[in-house]
Design a protein around this ligand. Structure first.
Ligand SMILES: Cc1cc2nc3c(=O)[nH]c(=O)nc-3n(C[C@H](O)[C@H](O)[C@H](O)COP(=O)(O)OP(=O)(O)OC[C@H]3O[C@@H](n4cnc5c(N)ncnc54)[C@H](O)[C@@H]3O)c2cc1C
Length: 502
C-alpha cells in the first residue's frame, strides 16, 4: 500500500521497544518522525550488553505472543522474516524445585504426560486450565487492544462481557487452585506473575492468561538475542525515513498556554518543534522530569509516591569459557518461594533463600559467545528502591556471592566461579541511575486493577494535549507484547487525532 506523505512531525522521546515500534509505523504512514534517545545505543531495557566477544540481552530474553510483533512489522509494511529469525522454544523452560524438576513443553499431550509423571493426579487439571483460560483469554484479548482514554471506554461492550472473567478479588495463585492441588504444580503455573514483577498471591487472577498464552502459543528466542528486535525496528523506521538520534537527551517538552505539546528542548538548549510528542521514557521518570515544574496536575510527586510499583532485579551477566549442559531457560525456586516473594514484595528485604531465572545462551544460539563458551544471564527478583536496601560495594559483593553459591549448588555448574572470564552487574540503583527506571521498578508501575485500563496512564496522555505514551507505563502493560500493543494503540490515536490538527 502506498502511503500519502503527511506534513505532521512527531517527536519520540526514547528508543526503547515502545518508541521504536511507534516510529516504524508512523514513518510508514507518512509522518515525519524524529526519535531522540539519550543513550549512545538504542533499545533501552531491550538493548545489548557486550563483554568482549560475548553478547547478552540486558533485559528481555524471550518473546511470547509473537503475533503482536509480527503484526507491527506488517503495519510497517514489512515482512518480519526479512529482519528477524524467531526460534520457538521446546522445552520452553526448566523449573527446578528442591524436590523436583519439570521441563515445561509446548506440546499439550507431552505436557500432560510430564505432569502425570511429576505431579500424579494433577494432569487432569491441565485440560480444564487450557479450556477455561482459553475462554478468559478470548474475552480479555479485545480489551487489551482498546484505548482507555475516557471513562466511557470502561463501558465498552467488550469490557462488560469480559467482567465476569476478571475474577475480581481473586489472585492468580487462588485461581490455579481450581486446576491443581499439588503446591509445586500450582507454582509451575503461577510464577509467571514475576514477569510483571508481582506476587502470585496478590497478582489479579485475570493474569492466568499469561501461563495460558505460553502453553497455547509457545515462547520464542530471537537469533542473535532479543535486542535484535530493537535493531530491526530502527532499521525499518529509518527505511521509511524516520531519523533516530542517539546520545541526545530531551530536557523538557515545550508546552503552550493551552497545555499543548509543541516540541522539545534538547540538553544542548536546541528547541525542536513538532505537531505531537510521544513519551517512551519510563513513565515515573518521564512525568517527573520532562515537564516544567507545576505543569503536571494529576501524576504529581505525591501521587507517584502513592502508586504501586513492580519489584526490581539484581542482574549478573557472566561470560564463561565453557559450555555447561544446562537448559536455555531455567527457573530455580527458593526452598520457601512464598517467603521469598513476600520478602521481595512486602518486607523489602534481600532473601538469602532466593529464586532466580537463568539463561544459558549458547546452548541454543551459537552467535552469542565464542565456540565452546557461553554467556550466563542471571536475573534475581529483589525489592525495588522503595525498600531501605543500599546497594553499596559490600552488599553487591555479598549478593553476587550468594547467587553464585546457589547456582553452583543447584545446577551442574559446580565450578562456575573458575570459568568466569568477564562479568557485569546491574543493581536496582543502576536501573534508576543508568536506565532512568523510576524507583528501579524494572517492570514499571504494577498491574493491580486500580492501575490498569482507564486507571493506567493513558496512551493519549491526559495531562497534556498532543502528548502520547508508548511503553510499559501505559495501557496495556509492561511486557514486550503489551508494549508493542501500546505503540499500536498510540499510533492509531495519532493517525486519527492528526486529521484535526491545523
Ligand atoms: C531484566 C528484565 C528482563 C525482562 N524480561 C522480559 C522478557 O523476557 N520478555 C518480555 O516480554 N519482557 C521482559 N521485560 C519487560 C520489558 O520488555 C522491558 O522492560 C521493555 O524493554 C521496556 O520497554 P519500554 O519501551 O517501556 O522502555 P525502555 O526500554 O526503558 O525505553 C525507554 C527509553 O527512553 C530513553 N529515555 C529516557 N529518558 C529520556 C530522555 N529524557 N531523552 C531521551 N531518551 C530518554 C531511555 O534511555 C530508554 O532507551 C524485562 C525487563 C527487564 C528489565
Amino acid at each position: 500500500m502506498l502511503m500519502k506523505k503527511s506534513t505532521k512531525h512527531i517527536i519520540i522521546i526514547g528508543a526503547g521497544p515502545g518508541g521504536l515500534s511507534a516510529a516504524m509505523i508512523l514513518a510508514y504512514r507518512g509522518f515525519r518522525v524524529t526519535v531522540f534517545e539519550q543513550k549512545k545505543s538504542i533499545g533501552g531495557r531491550n538493548s545489548a550488553l557486550r563483554l568482549g566477544n560475548y553478547t547478552f540481552d540486558i533485559g528481555p530474553t524471550f518473546l511470547m505472543m509473537d503475533f503482536f510483533l509480527r503484526e507491527l512489522f506488517t503495519l510497517a509494511g514489512k515482512n518480519i522474516e526479512s529482519y528477524l529469525k524467531l526460534i520457538p522454544l521446546n522445552p520452553m523452560y526448566k523449573l527446578s524445585f528442591i524436590e523436583k524438576e519439570l521441563n515445561v513443553v509446548s506440546d499439550h499431550d507431552e505436557m500432560r504426560a510430564r505432569l502425570a509423571q511429576t505431579f500424579p493426579g494433577n494432569e487432569k487439571g491441565f485440560d480444564r486450565f487450557l479450556q477455561n483460560e482459553q475462554q478468559r483469554y478470548s474475552k480479555m484479548y479485545p480489551c487489551l487492544r482498546k484505548d482507555y482514554s475516557t471513562i466511557f471506554s470502561m463501558l465498552h461492550p467488550d469490557l462488560i462481557t469480559a467482567l465476569p472473567y476478571l475474577s475480581i478479588g481473586r489472585s492468580l495463585y487462588q485461581n490455579l487452585g481450581n486446576y491443581f492441588r499439588n503446591e509445586l504444580c500450582k507454582l509451575s503455573f503461577t510464577f509467571q506473575a514475576k514477569y510483571l514483577g508481582m506476587s502470585p498471591w496478590t497478582c489479579p487472577a485475570l493474569f492466568t492468561i499469561i501461563p495460558y498464552v505460553e502453553h497455547a502459543y509457545g515462547i520464542y528466542h530471537v537469533e542473535n538475542g532479543l535486542h535484535s528486535i530493537s535493531l530491526a525496528m530502527r532499521q525499518v523506521a529509518q527505511e521509511h525515513g524516520a531519523v533516530v538520534h542517539t546520545g541526545q537527551k530531551v530536557e523538557k517538552i515545550v508546552t503552550d498556554h493551552s497545555r499543548t505539546a509543541r516540541g522539545v528542548v534538547l540538553e544542548n538548549g536546541e528547541i525542536i518543534e513538532s505537531d505531537a510528542v510521544i513519551i517512551n521514557a519510563d513513565f515515573g521518570h518521564g512525568v517527573q522530569t520532562l515537564f516544567a515544574p507545576g505543569f503536571i496536575r494529576n501524576y504529581t510527586p505525591a501521587r507517584l509516591a502513592k502508586m504501586n510499583y513492580s519489584c526490581s532485579t539484581f542482574m549478573l551477566y557472566l561470560a564463561v569459557d565453557t559450555l555447561y549442559p544446562e537448559p536455555h531457560h531455567q527457573i530455580i525456586f527458593a526452598h520457601d518461594y512464598r517467603k521469598n516473594i513476600s520478602e521481595i514484595s512486602y518486607k523489602g528485604i534481600l532473601s538469602e533463600d532466593l529464586s532466580m531465572y537463568m539463561r544459558n545462551g549458547s546452548i541454543l544460539d551459537k552467535t552469542l559467545a565464542p565456540a565452546g563458551h557461553s554467556g550466563i544471564y542471571v536475573l534475581v527478583p529483589v525489592p525495588n528502591l522503595l525498600s531501605e536496601i543500599i546497594w553499596d560495594e559490600n552488599k553487591i559483593a555479598f549478593y553476587r556471592d550468594t547467587v553464585l553459591t546457589l547456582i553452583e549448588q543447584r545446577t551442574s555448574m559446580t565450578d562456575l566461579r573458575s570459568h568466569i572470564v568477564a562479568e557485569h552487574i546491574i543493581t536496582p540503583q543502576n536501573w534508576w541511575a543508568d536506565f532512568n527506571v523510576f524507583n528501579g521498578a524494572t517492570f514499571n508501575i504494577a498491574h493491580n486493577l486500580l492501575q490498569m485500563l482507564y486507571f493506567r496512564p493513558h496512551n493519549r496522555f491526559q495531562e497534556c494535549k498532543r502528548c502520547y505514551l508508548a511503553g510499559g507505563g501505559t495501557h496495556p502493560g509492561s511486557g514486550l507484547p503489551t508494549i508493542y500493543e501500546s505503540a499500536r494503540i498510540t499510533v492509531d490515536l495519532i493517525s486519527k487525532d492528526s486529521l484535526l490538527w491545523s
